[in-house]
Structures are given as C-alpha cells and as structure tokens.
Ligand binder design. Structure first.
Ligand code: URA
Length: 230
C-alpha cells in the first residue's frame, strides 16, 4: 500500500467520503499509533498501521480477508430474502469496502465462512483446478453404511451435473455423524450427495476451508482477520 494522507487512508478503510474522513480527524476522533492526529493531510505509510476512530481499534489493510463463524438463520446474500444477511454481522466499514463471501453456505449451515474484497482470491479459492478442500461435519438422519460411504467416495450422480461428484474423504464419526471433505462447491452439494445415497442431512457445519480451520474460541456470529500467504 503506497504512502498516502490520513484522510485518504481512512477513506480506503471504509470510513466514508474524503470529506467525512477529514471531519473525523478535525473533530479529534482519530489516533494513529496511539497518538492523537489532527492533520488530515499528514502523510503516512498505511499498511499495518494501528489507528483508532472513536476509541475503536483498527489496523490498516489494503485488502480485507476475514473468517466468520456463521450462525444458522443467516443468508450469504447481500440482499437476503427471508433471513438476516451475514453482512449484518460485520462492521459497516468492512461492508462498505465491498467484501463478498468466498463461496456460500446455506441459511441453515453453520461454521467457517471466508469473506474478502479481493476478487482474485475469490476466484482462486473457487477454481476447480486448485481443488481447495472443504471439510463438513454432517449430522445424518440414518447411520451411514460402509456401502454408502464407498458410494460417496466413488462418486454419485446429481441432477443437472454432467459427471458424478466425489467426496475426497468420508469418515464415520458415530451413528449420527460423518465428516466429509469436498474439493468442489456445487449448490447444496453435501445435502444432495447425502440424499443421493438415500440418507438425509439433519445439520451441517463447515470446519475447514483450505488452510483455515474454524478456531474453537471464535464465538458463533463473530469474525476475525486472516492473512492468506498466496
Ligand atoms: N453443501 C450444502 O449442501 N450446503 C452448504 O451450505 C454447503 C455445502
């Protein structure tokens, strides 16, 4: 991120128009590196800079990458139909920066959801070639037989899909739970695959996406920054 002025940095971080950001500084509502800042034109090296606005702490990042512990009852859409949107769980400054979901989870699915404003990252994570693993903890209606697990691993034919879709791993946890790893992300894929072997998903939770695992101490509905290496 190039050197810039304080007001431009605040604007880039979702704090409003240049004029609004200038007023925040002139009104004494901003600190940089723990020091009060009263000059909106002060030049700074922004990346990684800690700042506060109205005593709320931020770190300046050129791009937003975050993980959310998605609760049930939230839609991944920006304009949800029947339920609140996951974007309601994020600070308005990040929503203003245009973050999007990296793949969607159903309204009733819980767990790990990545969000970013980096279109290349979304593309790379969704690319079929990259085969990013996603791990789902699946609560099932009936115990899964060895034959059903073998079927999921060998591939099941879903309606409207040209080829059978496979699970890259499927582990039986107990009578009611399996852990399923997928490297593709088709609409309702877990529910449709489980239905294709004549079982039924009762609850669905995503625990892993690529290199990220949902931390046990991230409460439901809360988010945290992530730092992709690629
Ligand atoms: N598969 C589903 O069926 N639903 C999800 O939310 C994610 C994967």
């Amino acid at each position: 991120m190039k050197n810039t002025t304080v007001e431009r940095m605040l604007q880039s971080q979702g704090f409003g128009t240049r004029r609004e950001c200038r007023s925040l500084v002139l009104d004494g509502r901003v600190t940089l590196n723990g020091e009060p800042c009263d000059d909106p034109q002060q030049r700074i090296s922004p990346e990684g800079l800690p700042f506060t606005v109205d005593d709320e702490s931020w770190v300046c990042h050129e791009k937003v990458y975050l993980m959310l512990h998605k609760p049930a009852g939230y839609e991944c859409s920006r304009l949800p139909t029947y339920h609140p949107s996951v974007f309601a769980l994020l600070p308005p400054q990040l929503v203003a920066r245009g973050v999007q979901c990296v793949g969607r989870l159903d309204e009733d699915t819980t767990g790990l959801l990545l969000l970013t404003d980096d279109g290349q990252f979304i593309h790379a994570m969704g690319s079929g070639k990259r085969k990013v693993p996603k791990v789902y903890e699946v609560t099932i209606k009936h115990p899964m037989s060895d034959a059903q697990i073998a079927q999921l691993l060998a591939g099941v034919q879903l309606h409207d899909e040209p080829e059978p879709v496979t699970a890259s791993a499927c582990e039986r946890i107990d009578e009611q739970h399996i852990r399923l790893t997928l490297t593709s992300g088709k609409y309702h894929q877990v529910k449709r695959m489980v239905a294709a072997v004549e079982n039924r998903v009762e609850a669905l939770h995503r625990s892993v996406v690529g290199e990220w695992t949902l931390p046990p101490d991230l409460p439901i509905g809360k988010w945290q920054w992530i730092h992709p290496q690629t």
